[in-house]
Design a protein around this ligand. Structure first.
Ligand code: ADP
Ligand code: MG
Length: 383
């Protein structure tokens, strides 16, 4: 077991890393963050911020020397970086698990090979693959295999010609072509798995997106209990087959009453932010525990919760002028907790913060959260 006051290493300095740093600090650890951005949200509160690229081997050597174990919050950390660090210190999750989750071709192929539920898709590496793709896939979504997030690197395509066009627009990079599913709803399961194979699942969350970016998570998800149970089983099976150690997020589509895995995130997940305020143990504490070889904590929710993301457009008024949103509106609500990430500059679509409303009555929590969402200025007419 790695015990306090050991120093832990975090690759990536975004908000997920920032919450990891906070959790680790509360538990008595020190944290070094590696992120090239001098203003990274996690770097700002870390005991040490190594501002260097993920493939800067001198910086990696420093991390290996200074940290008792290393984890990541950023799925695009090169697998070679994780492999390199693993020669010197424990690294969780492993390079091989991250490699599957960071590439949509590898991810979809993993699901297919393991008999896990997924939607119809084709791997696209060249024009011929588009020409040969099953007609039944259209209308479809073409997604670049690597580096897409928050709906970036995706194009909705009605037919083969549009798919070819989008493939060229993406520079001929490897892609997956997914059938556009008619979604009843979207949900996610966040879990933690330790080195001995013990798994603790948080209750499933129900997610809604705007412009391809997570907007609201409702926990517990308003779905049939059997579906929630099935989602947990599938998420657990994924973690086991990846021999995953750490916190893992699995996104699902519910379509025609059936469950399909959309994608996996080898890190805490945006839809698990509510665990900070509504669960006995948060997804970030679990990440610390799994990394350090401590027994995992109880994931039980003590409250119903609704989480609302605060995106950069909120920082612009109707005239397009930059200004801070009026936080007093949210602070007036006693069962609401506001989390801001201290990002340097707000851009539209950028995740700047979130709030979580908790309470006993799930319907009341949802009503309060949606009122707060409107009051702070999030409008649905921009769909
Ligand atoms: P990201 O990495 O940006 O989260 P996703 O693949 O999860 O990428 O896609 C973002 C969102 O776009 C999904 O949560 C869903 O709302 C929508 N979407 C993606 N793929 C499909 C699909 N095959 N059918 C229907 N909706 C989809
Ligand atoms: Mg997603």
């Amino acid at each position: 077991m790695i015990l306090p006051p050991a120093t832990l290493g975090m690759l990536g300095g975004g908000q997920l890393g920032r919450f990891f740093v906070s959790a680790a600090h509360e538990m008595g650890y020190k944290v070094w963050v590696l992120d090239p951005d001098p203003n990274s949200p996690a770097g700002l509160i870390a005991d040490r911020h190594v501002a260097a690229a993920y493939d800067d081997y001198a910086a990696l050597d420093e991390m290996a020397q200074g940290c008792a174990a290393v984890t990541t919050e950023f799925e695009n950390v090169p697998a070679t970086t994780l492999d390199y660090l693993a020669k010197f210190v424990p690294v969780h999750p492993s390079a091989s698990a991250v490699a599957v989750c960071q590439n949509r071709v590898a991810e979809k192929t993993f699901l297919a090979d393991n008999g896990l539920p997924h939607g119809p898709f084709a791997v696209i590496r060249c024009e011929e693959n588009v020409r040969d793709a099953d007609e039944a896939l259209f209308p479809a979504v073409l997604k670049v295999a690597r580096f897409g997030y928050d709906g970036k690197g995706q194009a909705r395509v009605a037919n083969r010609e549009e798919a070819l066009h989008a493939f060229h627009q993406f520079g001929g990079e490897s892609c997956v072509l997914e059938k556009m599913l008619k979604l009843d709803s979207e949900m996610s399961v966040v879990l933690a798995r330790d080195e001995a194979g013990a798994v603790r699942c948080f209750p499933a969350g129900e997610n809604s997106h705007r412009h391809g970016i997570l907007d609201v998570t409702i926990m517990p998800a308003r779905i049939e209990p059997v579906l929630a149970e099935r989602a947990r089983d599938v998420a657990q099976a994924i973690a086991e087959r990846l021999d995953y150690v750490g916190t893992l997020g699995v996104e699902f589509f519910v379509c025609g009453g059936q469950l399909f895995v959309n994608e996996m995130a080898p890190r805490p997940h945006n839809s698990g932010h509510h665990t900070i305020d509504a669960c006995v143990t948060s997804q970030y504490e679990q990440q610390v525990k799994a990394l350090c070889g401590l027994p995992l904590g109880e994931p039980r929710a003590h409250s119903a919760a609704v989480m609302v993301n605060l995106l950069g457009e909120l920082w612009y008024d109707d005239n397009g002028d930059y200004r801070e949103p009026d936080w007093s509106v949210l602070q007036a609500i006693p069962n609401l907790r506001l989390h801001l990430y201290a990002k340097h500059h707000a851009r539209p679509g950028r995740k700047m913060g979130h709030f979580t409303v908790i309470g006993e009555d799930a319907a009341q929590v949802l009503a309060t959260a949606m009122q707060a969402r409107a009051a702070i200025g999030i409008r649905d007419d921009e769909h």
